[in-house]
Design a protein around this ligand. Structure first.
Ligand code: F0G
Length: 352
């Protein structure tokens, strides 16, 4: 059957009017990649998978929620959508607004958005407002603007974003035949962990697919849910997670607790090391997306999680091409050689 996007595929599970025509870029249906090499490096004896949601149309998981948010915005006759963003939401909102024929306004923290994300928002022609503040400042502004006007908010406070993002959980259950034992994912504004938990619970209620334990992972410099208080100046190499006051923080904590899991923090070094581990098996994700692996690895090494005999899924939320700078800045420049066959050949043979 021709694939027609997550709303078409999971219509019966999504709280959307049945007759509605989806605004879609055929998001979802992303690969669940087995990574036995990484499982072996972490001691082995369990199954490990990467759900590579960076393979969505605009390069991040946000497209799952944005198809639902823009479908509803269009159906309700909205003309303009608005969001605050650390980057991925803005690119996704802009793309889906174009698909729907709506205007997109995005507000981003000045200089804190990875180049691939900013370029995306520009390429899709969003109206971009940069502020010398944080994501949290931007979010409070766009929420107020949406309350005072007919402009539709498409951050994950919008319930349709959550509806669409539940599809990640459905796809994993469908691919594995049931829910995994453990799900590890990054936590920023906390929409995705909320969505996954809602999705797994719903699928379990209907299909008896089981429930995973959830390990949510924040960056240490932006870990309000671990610290138990708002972080005024969140700072991390994982720019997607530079959030000090998550909109769905309480739901994230509840999801972790109800699932028997927890929310932890990892350092920037651990995040970058996990990013390297993933590239070493051919999967390039942006730093935020490596947080799930970083957290899982830390817990396994500390002995606080024993994965033996389990099925573990890591949600990799955004593609590595979103943030090319982090790689080129932290790596040696490629070797330069003259246009001379002999010298190049000798150089290559020397290294073998
Ligand atoms: N991973 C990536 C790549 C993200 O872009 C985000 C959030 C997250 C993880 C965290 O997800 O907020 O649902 O807990 N990015 C938002 C944005 C904030 O504006 O693009 P969350």
């Amino acid at each position: 059957m021709t694939y027609r996007g997550i709303i078409h595929r999971y219509r019966n599970y999504l709280d959307l009017p049945t007759e509605i025509e989806p605004v879609t870029l055929l998001e979802g249906d992303t690969p669940l990649i087995p990574v036995p090499e990484l499982a072996a490096r972490l001691g082995g004896g369990f199954e490990l998978f990467v759900k590579f949601d960076g393979m969505n149309p605009t390069g991040s998981f946000k497209d799952r929620g944005m198809t639902a948010a823009l479908t509803m915005a269009k159906a309700r006759g909205k003309k303009t959508v608005i969001c605050a963003s650390t980057g991925n939401t803005s690119a996704s909102a802009a793309a889906y607004a174009n698909r729907a024929g709506l205007r997109a306004i995005v507000m981003i923290p000045d200089g804190k958005v990875a180049v691939g994300k900013l370029a995306g928002a520009i390429a899709y022609g969003a109206e971009i407002i940069q502020i010398p503040g944080s994501f949290d400042d931007a979010l409070s502004f766009v929420v107020e603007i949406s309350q005072k006007s007919d402009i539709e908010l498409v951050n994950s406070l919008n319930p349709y974003r959550i509806e669409g993002q539940k599809s990640g959980a459905f796809e994993i259950c469908d691919a594995l035949g049931s829910a995994p034992d453990l799900l590890c994912l990054p936590v920023g504004n906390a929409g995705n962990i909320t969505s996954y938990w809602a999705g797994f619970r719903q699928y379990n209620d209907v299909n008896g697919s089981g429930l995973p334990e959830i390990l949510g992972v924040q960056a240490a410099g932006a870990a309000p849910l671990v610290l138990g208080h708002v972080v005024d100046q969140p700072e991390t190499v994982a720019t997607a997670l530079r959030i000090g006051n998550p909109a769905r923080g309480e739901q994230a904590l509840a999801a972790a607790e109800e699932s028997g899991g927890k929310i932890i923090a990892v350092s920037d070094d651990e995040i970058l090391a996990a990013q390297k581990m993933l590239t070493s098996v051919g999967i390039w994700v942006e730093p935020a997306s490596a947080a799930g692996l970083a957290g899982f690895k830390a817990q396994v090494e500390a002995g606080t999680i024993n994965p033996a005999g389990k099925r573990v899924v890591l949600i990799c939320t955004g593609h590595g091409m979103k943030d090319p700078d982090i790689i080129t800045k932290n790596s040696p420049a490629p070797i330069r050689m003259p246009v001379n066959f002999d010298q190049i050949y000798q150089f290559i043979m020397k290294g073998l």
